[in-house]
Design a protein. Structure first.
Length: 475
């Protein structure tokens, strides 16, 4: 029996206090394929009551007990792996191969990495006669986005449980089914009642009510900078901790010595992955002015190879954008690029020629972009690459940092020492040298308006902990 119209609170699937149905749209067809229930302040109250009741005992469990619980969660996650992939393909339009190899995979990877680190994590430290103790912060409200749903759910829930916290998750109402599956995983894994709770709904009706709630001790939010500011303001009255992973406008600096063909083609992938719907996507490619025209030619050629289509069709590389709202935003920004004088090398407005429905955007490359153009400043969240020429290394660094965001930066050079030197000057939480493989043990988070706090492994775990000094504890 489907749990899509229920919430998971206190270890049981329950009906919302006030019925309110929200259609879930398949972005490939623009049609609803199921419905979920939208929550309210009363549902938040019920979840907070369950989470606070559970915290008293769960916060006192041993590290070994919580490690075993995480291992059980991973075991059941692996059992439901294909269900998760199918949900991501249907509700967010991820090509099914990508849904399996990336969307479902990252949740598995974060569970596995945290388990490895948690085995040797130290909750106490002696400093002279003081015992420094790390203790769970309490009840944690978790708000996650639609674009990398399992990545963000696991990056919040797993370290919160490891810390000994209890949790209330509100996933995006645009892609909620994977989160319902995740709640089923938590139940089957034996997570104690009230330790993990799930409420669906929109931001104002549920997310903001969580942030305002005096019974929630911490909010962890991933989403847009605009929404993150709302959450922080709502949380301020109760002085709760707020961690945020927000927007980005990441620069990809190609230094003069690169293999241009290889660097540009891989740069398309770093920008277009997940149909461009990644907060750390390499959306601004900075190239030496003398290499600009060739870089644009290569980028356009590679962009035209990105097959856009049905998420369940063989060979599809780019699926649809997640919603009509997102499609309209991408179209607006492509139009701005054209109107402001950037060179449209490929792509442009409208759907790809072979698609007449679905929220599909054309893979688009702009050249001759300047830093004052809208497409160089705003987060687009679609398969749109802006190529900016530069005349010196210092200018490239200045352009890269000339943004209110600071989530990620990318540096490409055959000279690793030079790449490291430039990386040291990036005002960003993550810097990727020469397109490295994903590292689940690295920190993730941003500078400036890209947020506060860090996710992944023990970096996330520490965000869910309070520090207590017991002075005079003794030798």
């Amino acid at each position: 029996m489907s749990n899509n119209l229920k919430f998971y609170i206190g270890g049981a699937w329950v009906d919302p206090i006030t019925p309110h149905r929200i259609p879930v749209i398949n972005p490939a067809t623009e049609e609803a394929f199921t419905e979920i229930s939208g929550g309210s302040a009363a549902d938040v109250d019920r979840a907070v009551t369950a989470a606070r009741a559970a915290f008293a005992s769960f916060s006192r469990t041993t590290q070994k007990e919580r490690l075993q619980l995480l291992e059980s969660c991973l075991e059941i996650y692996n059992k439901r792996y294909e269900d998760i992939a199918q949900a991501c393909a249907t509700e967010m339009g991820a090509p099914i191969g990508f849904a399996r190899d990336a969307q479902a995979f990252v949740g598995q990877g974060h569970f596995d990495a945290l388990i490895k680190v948690f085995k040797t994590f130290e909750f106490t430290e002696k400093r002279g006669t003081t015992l420094v103790v790390k203790e769970p912060i309490g009840v944690c409200g978790l708000i996650t986005p639609w674009n990398w749903p399992l990545n963000q759910i696991v990056c919040k829930v797993a370290p919160a449980l490891a810390a000994g916290c209890t949790t209330i998750l509100k996933p995006s109402e645009l892609a909620p089914i994977n989160a319902i599956i995740f709640a089923e995983i938590m139940h089957e894994a034996g997570v104690p009642p009230g330790v993990f709770n799930l409420i669906n709904g929109d931001g104002p009706s549920v997310g903001q009510k969580m942030a305002e709630h005096p019974g929630i001790d911490m909010m962890s939010f991933t989403g847009s900078t605009r929404a993150g500011i709302i959450v922080a303001k709502a949380a301020a009255d109760s002085v709760k901790r707020v961690t945020q992973e927000l927007g980005g406008k990441s620069a990809n600096i190609l230094l003069p010595d690169v293999d241009l063909d290889d660097a540009v083609r891989k740069g398309i992938g770093a920008c277009f992955i997940n149909s461009g719907q990644s907060c750390d996507a390499a959306t601004r490619m900075l190239v030496p002015r003398v290499l600009h025209d060739e870089a644009v030619r290569i980028a356009a050629d590679e962009a035209e190879k990105q097959t856009t289509g049905d998420p369940f069709a063989d060979g599809t590389i780019l699926g649809p954008l997640v919603s009509q709202t997102q499609f309209d935003k991408v179209q607006r920004l492509i139009a701005a690029g054209i109107d402001e004088g950037a060179t449209l090398a490929t792509g442009g407005l409208g759907r790809p020629e072979n698609l007449n429905r679905g929220y599909y955007a054309r893979p688009t490359v702009f050249g001759n972009v300047t830093r004052d153009m809208t497409i160089a400043a705003e987060e687009i969240f679609g398969p749109v690459l802006s190529i900016l020429p530069y005349d010196s290394e210092a200018e490239a660094i200045d352009i890269a940092n000339d943004t209110p965001y600071g989530l990620a930066a990318y540096i490409q050079s055959k000279d690793l020492a030079k790449a490291r030197e430039v990386a040291a000057q990036m005002r960003a939480g993550s810097v990727y040298l020469n397109y490295p493989d994903l590292d689940f043990f690295a920190p993730f988070g941003g500078y400036k308006q890209s947020g506060n706090g860090r996710e992944y492994v023990d970096f996330a775990l520490n965000d869910f902990l309070e520090i207590k000094g017991i002075v005079g504890y003794g030798e």
